[in-house]
Design a binder for this molecule. Structure first.
Ligand code: BDR
Ligand code: CA
Length: 314
């Protein structure tokens, strides 16, 4: 079978970097057609530079990177240097990218690429605020039925939120974009923090990754060690969820995830709970189910696979 074609829309972010390396280390399964960046964990200029650094780290400067929207559709941008550091990829020592960003705007490229592809050929993976995809859908609604699936990291229900008591970061930053995508009619699979918290990256696993010896593995371990410093107030050990990598894991091995089709919406109007994903787990509303919600991951096969794929990179 030909590899599945994906667009990765991202705001790197160490966990975004893991998701990208995991995908680029899996060329027989996934073809990364391009990477689009968005303002999120850090401002757009940095997320774009970081995406370029990551493709170069993977030995794949041929994967084009397109800069997208610097700010959400309606709200002001909120960033997360408190988790990811000032650069967004603190912990890794990566050279300034030699590869330039593409001239075309990410939203224009996304529309052009999806329209030019066969119907159902392209999967869009969003690892940050969903601004670029929502803008693309607004600009050219005909892309919606052409997309095979949107697989996103975002939202939370049973675990509550990590940006506010109710909202997860990616959805909180641009709830209007998430609302647009969830209600567009496109098939959506969502990896909320309820799912990502069930696959925690341990210091032992990072030691094994480092010991594989490739430069990609080494720098991934370096950045992860920085990233794992945040969260001692929440987690009893230094094990941490590696959120965005759960999207790549799902694409490669969906059977290791518990999943349920649900009606999901996003609060875009109330002051306390804006950005909350409301998941009708028990189908009490009777509304049409629009999202495949991922719940639990089997951690062992997930981490085995990620180790295998990232350590295959140079
Ligand atoms: C999400 O927020 C960002 O900080 C991470 O990169 C991830 O996409 C987790 O809530
Ligand atoms: Ca992210």
């Amino acid at each position: 079978m030909a590899p599945r074609k994906i667009i990765i829309d991202t705001d790197p972010g160490q966990d975004d970097a893991f998701a990208i390396l995991f995908a680029l280390g899996s060329p027989e399964d996934l073809e990364v057609v391009g990477i689009t960046t968005v303002g999120g964990n850090v401002p757009l200029s940095l997320t774009t530079k970081n995406a370029l650094k990551v493709v170069e780290l993977a030995g794949r400067p041929d994967v084009p990177v397109f800069a997208g929207c610097p700010a959400p559709m309606v709200k002001k941008l909120m960033t997360a240097e408190y988790v990811h550091g000032e650069t967004g990829l603190d912990g890794a020592e990566l050279p300034e990218p030699a590869t330039p960003v593409q001239d075309e705007h990410a939203v224009n490229w996304m529309v052009r690429t999806i329209m030019a592809a066969r119907e159902g050929e392209i999967t869009v993976c969003t690892l940050g605020p969903m601004t670029n995809l929502a803008m693309a859908m607004t600009m050219e609604p005909r892309i919606v039925p052409r997309i095979r699936e949107v697989v996103l990291m975002g939202g939370g229900f049973f675990e509550g939120g990590n940006a506010t008591p109710a909202a997860e970061f990616n959805i909180f930053v641009d709830p209007h974009a998430a609302h647009k995508v969830f209600h567009s009619g496109v098939p959506v699979t969502m990896a909320p923090i309820d799912c990502t918290y069930t696959a925690q990256m341990t210091p032992e696993w990072l030691g094994t990754l480092r010991a594989t010896g490739s430069r990609a593995a080494l720098e991934a371990a370096n950045m992860a060690e920085f990233y794992c410093q945040y969260g001692d107030h929440k987690f009893p050990t230094r094990a941490r969820p590696i959120h965005d990598a759960c999207v790549t894991g799902y694409l490669l091995s969906p059977n290791i995830y518990e999943q349920r089709q649900c009606y999901v919406t996003v609060d875009i109007s109330s002051s306390e709970t804006i950005g909350m994903t409301v998941v009708d787990w028990w189908h009490v509303t009777g509304k049409e189910k629009n999202v495949n919600v991922l719940r639990r991951i089997e951690p062992a096969p997930f981490f085995d696979l990620m180790l295998d794929r990232i350590s295959a990179l140079p």
